[in-house]
Design a binder for this molecule. Structure first.
Ligand code: ADP
Ligand code: MG
Length: 376
């Protein structure tokens, strides 16, 4: 009995310590599409947290290695990729804010990781579905001590404009309950009680997203989409309420666009994407340097995520790369960006010494001890 409580607490404490104030970066390599290019893969080697790229002459022939918290090779399954994300889901229920991003050039597998392939099966479900399903599972486990309320929002940011994706079909009407975002914008907030609700809403969101896309231009690759989950837990004995929030973000394609080759709408889109992705990079590096001023206000994306980046929040970035030779330029710049983000971890890890953090953790452990003892 008591032994198990201690063991559980130790595990939880380590997990929370591990994630606290950190930005974790996981790299995922998509399999070659149309297998015959396999021999041409630029990925030379994958080992634990290191990926080595074979760079062709144009980029300085040789091998370059990059280090991350984890690297998933082309054969990693959706379940394997999600497994390391689970502690984050638990901490949303503990009242933390969490942000999970998918970064990478168009076609590198961001949507595959977050949502899954077009012909979705239970096995191929991505992080979004698995996260929500875990959330309901964990909430159910705690139902004797805590009563949880879960609500979701889905929005798209395109050219610095926010679009509510949970508008009801045909009528073009929003859900009656609107919820303020971090800026002067509102989006439908929908209460959900099961995975059936979530799947319905995600289908609606995906349909709404497609409506905005023209036949020629797949707009989804040039807009950020964000599924936000708000969790509220009420302690059944003390009545105390804790709130957690999770943003699941499928970012716009990170590829650089050749300015000499595009004009008009395409150029405008590219500039907006550049602006928001570099604003994100700036926020992350200023958090790393512990600057007093963090430039959240430079883009809609960073404004939206303000409460979930830095401070007590936990951030995970899935960085995606394509293995093909013709993508190697983008692959290298993606990996360099990601490495810059990953080094933040070293700086932020020192946040552990923050006494208020430790106090929070101790309180949390004390509460869990009580909860566990009650169960036995
Ligand atoms: P992005 O969202 O970054 O533009 P997608 O997720 O749409 O890229 O992936 C491009 C294509 O590659 C899709 O057809 C997708 O199903 C496939 N794909 C991506 N990642 C994987 C993977 N890990 N395993 C199998 N197929 C993948
Ligand atoms: Mg996509």
């Amino acid at each position: 009995g008591y032994h198990r409580v201690l063991e559980e607490n130790r595990k939880l404490y380590n997990q929370v310590q591990d994630l606290k104030g950190n930005i974790r970066v996981y790299c995922r390599v998509r399999p070659s599409l149309g297998g015959r290019l396999d021999s041409q893969s630029v990925v030379d080697n994958i080992e634990e947290g290191m990926i080595t790229i074979n760079t062709p002459a144009k980029y300085g022939k040789g091998c370059r290695s990059f280090n991350f918290n984890k690297v998933f090779g082309p054969s990693a399954t959706q379940a394997e990729v999600f497994a390391d994300t689970r502690p984050l889901i638990r901490s949303v229920l503990d009242g933390y804010n969490v942000c999970i991003f998918a970064y990478g050039q168009t076609g590198s597998g961001k949507t595959h990781t977050m949502t899954g392939p077009k012909d979705l099966t239970e096995n191929s479900q991505g992080v979004n579905y698995r996260a929500l399903s875990d959330l309901f599972f964990l909430a159910e486990q705690r139902k004797d001590t805590l009563q949880y309320d879960v609500s979701v929002q889905m929005i798209e940011i395109y050219n610095e404009q926010v679009r509510d994706l949970l508008v009801t079909e045909g009528l073009n009407k929003r859900y009656p309950f609107l919820f303020a975002l971090q800026f002067s914008s509102y989006a439908s907030l929908v209460h959900v009680t099961s995975m059936y609700d979530v799947i319905d809403l995600m289908n609606l969101g995906h349909r709404n997203r497609a409506v905005g896309a023209t036949a020629l231009n797949d707009r989804s690759s040039r807009s950020h989409s964000c599924l936000t989950v708000h969790v509220q837990g009420r302690d059944l004995t003390s009545g105390a309420v804790l709130r957690g929030c999770m943003h699941l973000v499928d970012l716009a394609g990170s590829e650089r666009v050749d300015k000499s080759e595009v004009a008009g709408d395409r150029l405008k889109e590219a500039q907006h994407i550049n602006k928001s992705l570099s604003a994100l990079g700036d926020v992350i590096s200023s958090l790393a340097q512990k600057n007093a001023h963090v430039p959240y206000r430079n883009s809609k994306l960073t404004q939206l995520l303000q409460d979930s980046l830095g401070g007590q929040a936990k951030t995970l970035m899935f960085v995606h790369i394509s293995p093909e030779l013709n993508a190697v330029g983008e692959t290298l710049s993606t990996l360099k960006f990601a490495e810059r983000v990953a080094t933040v971890e070293l700086g932020a890890a020192q946040v552990h010494r923050d006494s208020s953090d430790v106090k929070d953790l101790k309180e949390q452990i004390a509460n869990l001890k009580v909860a566990l003892a009650k169960k036995e």
